[in-house]
Ligand binder design. Sequence first.
Ligand code: ASP
Length: 328
Amino acid sequence: MRAVKNLLVLYTGGTIGMLETPEGLAPAGGFEARMREYLGQQAKAPQLQWALQEMNPLLDSANMQQHNWLAMRDAIVEAVEVAGHDGVLVLHGTDTLAHSAAALSFLLLGLPVPVLLTGSMLPAGAPGSDAWGNLCGALRQFELGLEDGVQLYFHGQLLHGCRTSKLRSEAFDAFAALPRHRDSELAAEIPATLGYRQLRQPVNLAIMPVFPGLHAEHLRALLDSGVQGLVLECYGSGTGPSDDQALLEVLHSARQRGVMMVAISQCPEGTVVFDTYAAGNRLRATGLVSAGGMTREAALGKLFALLGAGLDVEAAERWFELNLCGER
Ligand code: ASP
């Protein structure tokens, strides 16, 4: 843990820097000048040296895609390895902030600097906005010293990069670390193929909840669409409609042709333990891998990091079951 002296602020868009347009709030450039002006007026502003880089295009994070994660990863690695920054603050919209934090946790494994993501629920220009509080609070965290790795800072809380979800759409304390059970055999060593220098390709991934009324044909249509990896959101401890033989067969044949399938719990405090119920065991027998207590965001980001690195399904499944950075 050490204080950061030369920070990069990576501005990706989001409400924090948005301006009103005839269509509603939209991303806007020029945030560096606004930030320097605000901090210049504060008697007790954080003193660390910083530079700001804008991503292009700036996004409402509702538009975030895998290629944007890869562009963020490139910008962060370049900031550290080429420009010599010793910490990175990512300004991001809140809609997919937890998704990006989780994805970056895996894409930046082993990066020897702290990375913090923040944003705000109201634009920096709005009365009573949380923008400057979140921004200054995040800057202070860098001054105080942070562990290497990816974390979120929001409404006074420092949160784990891949155990956090957005729980509230209208409150300032929008994010929380979900209290899911952790079974955590930490991977002894991260191989180079999973480290921050590894280049990745986009991967065709999908998330599907089970629900009363889910048909084998729904799943078949999804799995026949070219999907390479599926996050199946199961009930409680990892159950689903296991009396539906056709549905089990759809899952089984997808795994046989190389689709990686992982199971998370739909319960905010849930953990997949297939053995608890016969209904869970039957799902596992199709080839589903347990994501333990991982969040939806973490399961998606980890699938992307593993399959995007070009691992075959068997290798990806082995790494998926290990704890790479506290996600399980
Ligand atoms: N739609 C906005 C975004 O995610 C919401 C926000 O930033 O709070 O970019």
